[in-house]
Design a protein around this ligand. Structure first.
Ligand SMILES: [Zn+2]
Length: 235
């Protein structure tokens, strides 16, 4: 299981989820949760947004390009295929509606974010609480609201203190711009030993010690070993 802020490859993600993740939306990929992939890079295909409290507004996906649909960005995002089968947009929308009508719990959704080509982060576990169809220029797109669920942060999970290891915190993903700048500054390596595997984004001053700000100066890349060593030392 990944922890918030872990830096992973596409292969790591696919192994964790038990299937090759080719598309951005993956309803109920495993019993108990769905998976979405997001990107807020300048060239990202969809307009995913993150609000101040960490809530993600995730855009639905376009119709596949075909002879009848040469430009998917020019037509409404579909909920069903031409044969009437629910597509990913429709599956997520139905789950959100059922939750709003009190028929079920909110769908749990793991979110992975592409930071650079080949560089992904685990952004945490979210609850799908609503789905909207909204105008975007000349067409209609889906917007899915994903609210962060409490989960063990990397800072807390690295701690060996028994009480603290049971604490849960709300997901507070590091802003994309900070991730990108830190990755480039630290050359994609652990700042202590230069390793390039088992990395994650580490808050230099942990939340529990008042390190609330998530800025480039307060985030660094550490390998698992050095993160554990740090977790033990800050007791
Ligand atoms: Zn290291």
């Amino acid at each position: 299981m990944f922890r918030l802020g872990d830096l992973i490859s596409h292969l790591d993600m696919s192994r964790e989820e038990g299937r090759h993740l080719q598309q951005g939306m993956n309803f109920r990929v495993r019993p108990g949760h769905s998976v979405v992939l997001m990107s807020r890079r300048p060239d990202a295909p969809y307009a995913d947004a993150v609000e101040d409290d960490g809530t993600i507004v995730y855009e639905g996906h376009d119709a596949p390009k075909s002879k009848g649909i040469p430009n998917p960005k020019a037509v409404d995002q579909p909920d069903r295929s031409s044969k009437g089968r629910l597509l990913q947009n429709g599956l997520f929308e139905q789950a959100a509606i059922a939750f709003q009508e009190g028929e079920r719990e909110a769908e749990r959704v793991r979110v992975y974010e592409k930071v650079f080509d080949g560089v992904w982060t685990y952004n945490g576990l979210f609850a799908l609480t609503r789905a909207d169809r909204v105008p975007a220029g000349e067409r209609i797109v889906f917007k899915f609201r994903l609210e962060p669920l409490a989960e063990l942060s990397a800072d807390l999970a690295a701690s060996t203190h028994p009480e603290r290891s049971l604490q849960l915190v709300h997901a507070r993903p590091i802003p994309t711009a900070v991730k990108r700048a830190v990755w480039q500054r630290d050359n994609g390596r652990c700042v202590r030993c230069g390793r390039t595997d088992n990395l994650h984004f580490d808050h230099i001053l942990p939340y529990s010690k008042g390190g609330a700000s998530i800025t480039v100066d307060n985030v660094q890349i550490l390998c698992a070993e050095h993160n554990l060593a740090k977790g033990a030392r800050i007791e």
